[in-house]
Design a protein around this ligand. Sequence first.
Ligand SMILES: [Zn+2]
Length: 74
Amino acid sequence: MFKLLIITLIVVYLMRSFWRLMYPSLPPGLEPGKPREIPLKACEYCGILVAENKGIHRRGHFFCQADHADRYYA
Ligand SMILES: [Zn+2]
């Protein structure tokens, strides 16, 4: 019984090494089909959640669009 366990572990280990040789792991964030996660931030004016790179920062606050930043500080 113990022997079987050892053999199983060796087989699993070999299969994993083989799998890594066949499919080298990509650096994190570059996996195909998995978009890089961009943090969502709430617009200070309307509260809508927008990806950080889609909105704008103005005077330390985040807005979904320039118009809302203008209205916020108007
Ligand atoms: Zn907004």
